[in-house]
Design a protein around this ligand. Structure first.
Ligand SMILES: Nc1ncnc2c1ncn2[C@@H]1O[C@H](COP(=O)(O)OP(=O)(O)OP(=O)(O)O)[C@@H](O)[C@H]1O
Ligand SMILES: O=P(O)(O)OC[C@@]1(O)O[C@H](CO)[C@@H](O)[C@@H]1O
Length: 303
């Protein structure tokens, strides 16, 4: 089974405006709200790609009810820990540019933390667990690390999509897959990566440090894939970007949707880039038919 974990889910409130001026009265053209948070996005895209999965994490209040209701409509299984606080609302402003305002989120008690860790004890060998998003400030900074340590010996395949210190300390636990973007890859090594050659050097370094598979996304410049056997480059198709929110999450879902069934990393990587771009070209997350239309446009080059 595939599990996603979202420590700090959100209701993503999307506001479209013809123009947006700070300090002025702005009127909306369109507003939409979606269940969000990185793991929840992965769950939603996986389901659209025909892959059953279970969403884990913390949820609370009326905003939490909205999320579970939407997941039920999409027939996505979940097993959240209920918290007393209210799940956050994140604002995504779309005019000529995209502006995001992500809230801090509710605090989570030690008892609630323990309940999530307990649920994770049910995971078994060859299950996949996606840990996606930043760790909220009310949780210990090493919360992901504690999860990985518990699940490593059970041979659960762990996918991590986070950044900064949380990502750095997980490298030694040798996750199955990580997906930094090229800025996050540079941050890991305290540098700024400007050329493809630099990105390749540091991507390969992560594999030599024990990470099985690494995808480095580079927005409209495409993506790179690294493992012990191969280094691949994929172009990103051209299109009209509607919202890049969830593009990275869709890449993870796209990769796993193929890998979990076929164990073919090259095909999984191609599908991953198609899913990322299909989401960038959609107002919210991609659909299966959008991904399948784009996948033929993604060329994979062995480097
Ligand atoms: N402008 C774009 N044109 C085409 N594809 C894009 C564009 N922006 C993003 N993508 C697709 O989405 C993938 C992920 O994008 P990006 O590198 O921005 O990831 P990210 O920083 O994790 O994204 P996010 O945090 O917005 O989810 C890219 O590899 C590409 O396939
Ligand atoms: O505040 P975090 O946890 O870093 O990011 C949360 C978030 O921006 O990430 C998702 C897109 O990847 C959105 O659905 C959500 O609002």
């Amino acid at each position: 089974m595939i599990y996603t974990c979202t420590l700090n889910p959100s209701v993503d409130f999307i506001i479209e405006m013809d123009s947006f001026e700070i300090g002025k009265l702005n009127r909306t053209k369109n507003v939409m709200k979606y269940p969000g948070g990185k793991g929840i996005n992965v769950s939603r895209v996986l389901k659209r790609l025909g892959v059953d999965n279970v969403a884990l994490g913390f949820i609370g209040g009326l905003t939490g009810d909205f999320i579970t209701h939407e997941l039920e409509k999409e027939q996505i299984a979940y097993d959240f820990v209920n918290i007393t606080g209210e799940t956050r609302i994140n604002l995504k402003l779309k005019s000529d540019q995209e502006t995001e305002i992500n809230s801090q989120g509710p605090s989570i008690s030690t008892e609630q933390q323990a309940r999530l860790l307990e649920k994770m004890q049910n995971l078994r060998e060859n299950d996949y667990l996606i840990l996606a998003g930043n760790i909220p400030s009310s949780l210990p900074a090493n919360f992901y690390h504690s999860i990985l340590k518990r699940l490593m010996e059970k041979k659960v395949k762990i996918i991590v999509d986070t950044s900064g210190t949380a990502l750095k300390e997980l490298i030694s636990c040798q996750p199955f897959l990580i997906k930094p973007n090229h800025h996050e890859l540079g941050d890991l090594f305290h540098t700024t990566l400007t050329s493809l050659d630099d990105i390749i050097t540091y991507g390969k370094q992560l594999v030599s440090m024990g990470i099985e598979n690494v995808i480095v996304s580079m927005a409209e410049k495409g993506a790179l894939f690294f493992n012990k056997q191969m280094t691949l480059f994929a172009n990103a198709p051209k299109g009209d970007v509607k919202s890049s929110v969830g593009a990275g999450d869709s890449m993870i879902a796209g990769f796993l949707a193929i890998y979990a069934k076929e164990k073919n990393v090259e095909k999984a990587f191609q599908y991953s880039v198609a899913a990322g771009s299909a989401t960038a070209f959609s107002p919210n997350l991609c659909t299966r038919s959008q991904v399948e239309q784009l996948v033929q446009k993604i060329q994979i080059t062995h480097l």
